[in-house]
Design a protein around this ligand. Structure first.
Ligand code: ADP
Length: 463
């Protein structure tokens, strides 16, 4: 059965309430029942004791001592709760009884000779409660004294109580169900509003937000969490828009230049050197486009693929990368200063980590003079292990430090100095570092050099 939240919560509450109400009613009935029986049994017990003293046993014959007085009193007084008395011998044969019993006899039950515990039975006079005790002459049992009193009123009271409770039970449950359903509906209202509002928000009106409720409660927390999510989505959408426009600009500009150059070239016949020069510059443009596309592909792949982490020998990896970068960069000077006295193994990914080091090293070489060297420093830090990539190059303007990890951002000096690049290297580095849980920090001084620090937290270090 498919129930909505309002009905489901009301149903659960009503089941719990039904159990509680049923238990309460059961306790009420049992207490009333026990109290009535306790009182009547107490009275019967007292009557038994009183009448036991009025019985004489002479020569084995059992009889009431003051039967005449007693009968007279019975005729004189109107008795609302008459007491029925009967004496029987050991076998249960009636020896004597009170006149109010008439033809009827009380029920002899040899198993019930307890002066504290009675039992119910029906007589012609109505429902009665009876109690009995054994009568002894010395050690010898001679018969039983049986006493009973009317139980009709009490029985009626208990029956009425039972009927009222049975009638009240569904009525209480039904009214509880209606109240709970109403309250559940009221409590779910803010959630319905959030659902409706969230459905209305699309990419076209992503700037709209859910109105916060007045009270500081879980609903407010939920609304705030959804608003935060919308904030993040809006920012991501803006970044995406910016990225797409930057990417198309980055690809379209060299393509337009290439097209323009070729159009000029075919307008009339030219000297062979001119053809060679234009085609060479065209090839360079194609190389640049190729590298931009490669980096865009790497970024796109990083967004969808997850990185598999395993144990990596950090110092060995740094040495490997330095060797290969040197080979491609005319064997420029890259030095490694290892301040650790033993190998360090980190939880990482060789390919991803190589890409990070390669990008940072290539930037350091790219943005420093040909003769100045680049240094890698591996050292212990309070939080784990740090790797610094230091250069003495052109440095970064302070206002650019926060932007260098944005896709397609390029510092003025890189553009003015015609240093090759598309502004994608550091965004790839940042994404990889986030995935590898490496913190990256930058310190730079204009015209003095830059230090990129990769911080490997204690949790990444494998012992
Ligand atoms: P690209 O190098 O292709 O321009 P990056 O994303 O690698 O793109 O770098 C973004 C910008 O950060 C660069 O244009 C440059 O201005 C600055 N930058 C990065 N590394 C260095 C460095 N070692 N020294 C000086 N500037 C740097």
């Amino acid at each position: 059965m498919k129930l909505n939240y309002k009905n489901r919560i009301s149903l659960r509450l009503i089941i719990a309430s039904a159990l509680i109400v049923a238990l309460s009613f059961f306790i009420i009935y049992e207490v009333a029942h026990w109290t009535i029986l306790f009182n009547i049994d107490q009275r019967l017990s007292e009557e038994l004791k009183e009448h036991e003293g009025q019985i004489s046993i002479i020569d084995g014959e059992v009889r009431f001592v003051h039967k005449g007085e007693w009968e007279e009193r019975e005729h004189r007084e109107i008795q609302f709760n008459p007491i029925y008395i009967e004496i029987v011998d050991k076998k249960g044969n009636s020896l004597d009884k009170s006149p109010n019993l008439g033809e009827v006899n009380l029920l002899f039950r040899p198993d019930y000779s307890d002066p504290n515990k009675g039992f119910n039975l029906s007589l012609k006079q109505g429902e009665v409660r009876q109690m009995q005790i054994a009568l002894n002459n010395g050690d010898q049992g001679v018969g039983y004294l049986m006493i009973a009193t009317s139980f009709s009123n009490q029985s009626l009271l208990l029956n009425n109580l039972k009927k009222i409770l049975f009638l009240l039970f569904p009525l209480i449950l039904f009214s509880l169900y209606l109240t709970l359903r109403y309250l559940a509906g009221k409590s779910i209202e803010p959630v319905l509003y959030i659902t409706e509002k969230a459905k209305e928000i699309t990419t076209k009106n992503i700037n709209e937000r859910i109105q916060l409720p007045k009270h500081q409660d879980e609903i407010k927390d939920l609304s705030m969490a959804i608003n935060d999510l919308l904030d993040r989505l809006e920012k991501a959408m803006e970044r995406e828009k910016q990225f797409t426009s930057d990417a198309s600009h980055e690809l379209r500009t060299p393509l337009s230049v290439l097209k323009g150059n070729f159009e000029v070239l075919i307008r009339k016949s030219r000297e062979p050197q001119e053809y060679v020069s234009k085609i060479t510059s065209g090839l360079k443009t194609i190389d640049h486009l190729n590298s931009v596309l490669d980096q865009l592909l790497s970024l796109a792949r990083l967004q969808t693929e997850s990185i598999d982490l395993h144990e990596v020998d950090l110092i060995y990896l740094v040495e490997e990368i330095v060797g290969s970068v040197k080979e491609h960069q005319n064997f420029r000077n890259i030095s490694i200063e290892n301040q650790l006295d033993q190998p360090v193994y980190v939880l990482s990914n060789e390919n991803a980590l190589s890409m990070v080091f390669q990008n940072l090293l290539e930037n350091s070489l790219k943005y420093s003079q040909n003769d100045s060297d680049v240094q890698i420093r591996i050292k212990k830090s309070p939080s784990g292990v740090d790797v610094d990539i230091c250069d003495h190059g052109i440095g970064i303007e302070p206002e650019h430090i926060t932007k260098i990890f944005n896709p397609f951002f390029r510092g003025d000096s890189s553009i003015l100095g015609r240093i090759k690049g598309a502004g994608l290297g550091l965004s790839i580095v940042k994404r990889l570092c986030d995935d590898l849980k490496i913190q990256i920090e930058v310190k730079s001084e204009k015209d003095n050099g830059t230090i990129f620090t990769l911080k490997f937290d204690e949790s990444l270090i494998q012992s």
